[in-house]
Unconditional design. Structure first.
Length: 164
């Protein structure tokens, strides 16, 4: 997907962050990136922690989460992206559709194919107004549903309901 977006122009830089679950696949992907000529724009960062993780995430225009795992529950990575106002492009599998509201705080794709994810990413990054609107939606989603204040308010409602 990153190679396809780079081929279509623009100057996007992609940071692939996280541990490798399959070193063979990672080696193949590194080879494809090298052959594409986009090694300067597609960077394999590995796992990041602490301040470095937050700096990379906060500087992103979009987080891409193209999982095929059908039992995805509530990936913390998506909530972290929302917390810094980064919209998410993700597969509509498991409970991800409960987090990502298509067109509000990101984009959902039915099947995580290279073309579907490429099109969704382009739909976020090609127009500044769309990117800004989705970023605002991401932050609003975090504030309303996942922030410390929203958890406190929700727990207070639960406890109050139990006392009746």
């Amino acid at each position: 997907m990153a190679i396809d977006v780079c081929r279509r122009g623009g100057n996007q830089v992609f940071s692939l962050v996280g541990p490798s679950a399959d070193e063979g696949l990672t080696a193949t992907l590194r080879g494809r990136v090298a052959q594409s000529g986009f090694s300067e724009r597609i960077v394999f960062r590995g796992p990041l922690f602490g301040l470095e993780k937050w700096q990379v995430l906060a500087s992103a225009e979009v987080l891409v989460f193209p999982t095929r795992y059908r039992f995805e529950a509530q990936p913390l990575t998506i909530i972290e992206a929302f917390s810094v106002g980064v919209p998410v492009v993700a597969s509509d599998v498991g409970a991800i559709g409960e987090l990502v509201d298509d067109g509000v705080n990101g984009r959902l794709v039915g099947a995580a194919t290279v073309e579907s994810v490429t099109q969704a990413v382009l739909s976020v990054i090609q127009e500044r107004a769309t990117s800004d609107r989705l970023a605002e939606g991401a932050r609003r989603t975090f504030d309303q549903e996942h922030s410390r204040d929203s958890f406190r308010a929700n727990w207070a409602r639960v406890i109050a309901g139990m006392r009746k």
